[in-house]
Design a binder for this molecule. Sequence first.
Ligand code: UD2
Ligand code: MN
Length: 346
Amino acid sequence: MGYCSSIRKISRKSKYVILLILVLSLLAWIAIFSRDMVKPIYPTTQQTHVKEESQRKEVDLQIEAANEINTPPQKTKCPQVSPLLLGAVKLSFESSLKLKDVEKDNEEVNEGEYKPSDCTARQSVAILIPHRNRERHLLYLLHHLHPFLQRQQLHYAIYVIQQAGDVTFNRAKLLNIGYLEALKDYNWDCFIFHDVDLVPENDHNLYVCDTQPKHLVVGRNATGYRLRYKGYFGGVTALSRDQFFKVNGFSNAYWGWGGEDDDLRIRVELQKMKIVRPPKNVARYTMVFHKRDSGNEVNRDRMRLLGRTPQSWRKDGLNSCSYKTLSVERMPLYVNVTVDIGKRLS
Ligand code: UD2
Ligand code: MN
């Protein structure tokens, strides 16, 4: 009897042990099964990071490859001295020359603007030409100036500022307008203030700005290629954007012929700047022959105006230049800005 009851006790205990093992293995199975089910739908956060990282790297590589295809290789700066310069050239003034011919010769010029294709120009230069009724002179100038500037490997654009109507001409005010209008297109480094009838004879006369305001016409055919007088600052001058801003541009008060160039010299001197000039064998021009235009009579007030420049320059110039732009036409070889500049008061 004692033997039997102890056997019964053992078998009851082992039943509990088996039951426990069964329950535990069921739980283990549920745990393993549920993990396998969940894994593919919700990857662990660590796995997400690894995958994102590798995707990002792949995208970066693709962008890099695309950039290499799209961006041309960086151009180098154009040389200090252009290898294209010819020195003194023989100028021609053919009466048969047509605008179409000049356009055809300069197909790389777009709306008056040009950039060298194989190097980065050292300066960006706006050429400003005051104009009224001098179409023939303008044609000769465009014919010579475009190839001349291209040989100098410049980034440049030519602006012609046309005075509308027939009131007295005002060269200086037109040039102020040229500066203000050209800066709306591009932040030019340098401005060349250029008479329409002056053609440069030597391409070593560089149309770039210096650390000081530059006068480019030492001599011209009609004056035996000599400087007309000490301090002469007419015809063609080069001032940087900052130099011209510093002197408040030209005076707007000179109506008719004369004085405005001397006024600019006084402004430059008042700012303690010093006019520089290229050597005289280089700074040579041919002025196309002309008589005094009607509407540009001698300004009899010019001496009085020159006397008051030291007092008036701060209030009379770029900061007081009022005008109405009538049109801006982007022609193949130049930007044609037509303006109403009002008339002399009094
Ligand atoms: C001298 C100066 C010039 C200026 C002028 C006095 C030289 C080489 N040039 O030129 O820079 O100081 O005296 O104002 O010393 N213009 C027209 N239509 C006109 C009148 C003038 O387009 O009806 C323009 C044109 O760009 C011309 C410039 O103004 O080249 C100067 O006039 P100019 O040529 O009659 O005077 P000029 O040769 O005595
Ligand atoms: Mn002239």
